[in-house]
Write a protein that binds this ligand. Structure first.
Ligand SMILES: O=C([C@H](O)CO)[C@H](O)[C@H](O)COP(=O)(O)O
Length: 208
């Protein structure tokens, strides 16, 4: 299972600093949606230039104009880009078409899809995405009683390649691996840690 760090900071120097602190222990560097909105698509190029040996993931969460937005990310140097799993099928198909053109991959982010999530995961998988990200966003995580258990259960049931995002920590990452995830995404557990390097190292260790 790969470890993906979500660089959910809002300025480029902070993103470059965090990437530098954790790169040794992670497989994928994710430009978080707030970072891309704040800095612009050029942030993707800057992270890729600093870490050409890492996979760079642009979390655009595209909801429309899939081909155009995915192409923007790939032109900037992204290896992977997200499209919303809740978007129109043609938006997903458009992003996938851009992926084929650039030889890069598209991930369907299932954030906000809660009802019949397994059915929608199977549908978008057939549209040609590399994998689906089964994801509880920061607002859903803030609700009382939140756990990642339903994300893991849906991953087990879906029968297609998936990643998990939703507040993964050192005490939950082994369950993510055991559920069969291809990638575990960790944001807050790393960027909020007193020592992000140690936090990433510990997550990698617990995921092994
Ligand atoms: O995609 C994310 C979220 O929607 C904010 O952009 C996060 O990067 C993702 O949820 C991973 O972060 P944590 O949940 O803090 O681990």
């Amino acid at each position: 299972m790969k470890l993906q760090v979500a660089l959910d900071v809002v300025d480029l120097p902070a993103a470059l600093r965090l990437a530098h602190q954790v790169a040794e222990h992670v497989d994928i560097l994710e430009l978080g949606t707030p970072l891309v909105k704040s800095v612009g698509i050029g942030a993707v190029s800057a992270i890729k230039a600093a870490h050409p040996d890492k996979l760079v993931f642009a979390d655009l969460k595209t909801a429309d104009a899939g081909e155009l937005e995915a192409a923007m990310a790939f032109e900037a140097g992204a290896d992977l880009v997200t499209v919303m799993g809740a978007a129109d099928d043609d938006t997903v198909r458009g992003a996938v078409a851009a992926g084929r053109k650039y030889g890069k991959e598209v991930v369907a982010d299932m954030i906000t899809v809660v009802e019949d999530r397994v059915a929608r995961i199977r549908e978008v998988a057939k549209l040609g995405v590399a994998f689906v990200e089964i994801h509880a966003g920061l607002d859903e995580q803030a609700r009382p009683g939140y756990t990642i258990d339903t994300l893991l259960e849906d991953g087990r049931q879906a029968g297609v390649p998936f990643s998990i995002a939703g507040g993964i920590k050192t005490d939950t990452i082994a369950a993510v691996r055991d559920a069969g995830a291809t990638v575990a995404v960790a944001g807050g557990a790393i960027y909020n840690a007193p020592n992000p390097t140690t936090a990433a190292q510990q997550l990698k260790k617990h995921a092994a």
